[in-house]
Ligand binder design. Sequence first.
Ligand SMILES: [Zn+2]
Length: 116
Amino acid sequence: MEITYVNHSIGNRFNDLIEINENLLKYPNLHDAVLSHELSHSDNAFSFKDLKIDLNKSVNSWDMLKFMIKYPKSFYQLLPIYYSRKHGFVYDINLILIYFVTICFFSLVYFLAISL
Ligand SMILES: [Zn+2]
């Protein structure tokens, strides 16, 4: 497993390569949590185990939010699909699924609310 540091996102895994935001090096607790999160992922395109890992809060959300506000390029992590010169089009199936379920849920609540 190779680990490289980049100036955007938080942490991403590409088969045997893990990219981590270089600014996380200043926050060892967050860095280690992100690294162990990425290491726990499998290399499958999709698996419920990976989805569970992404839904599980293995990283302190409040500390992560503070980090993201300080380093706005880390918000790239929330894009379900993005383009990078190095990797081409990258999409995060778990994120797409989480957004899809969230949108469905709020649509359902909205339609129930207006039909009352
Ligand atoms: Zn993940």
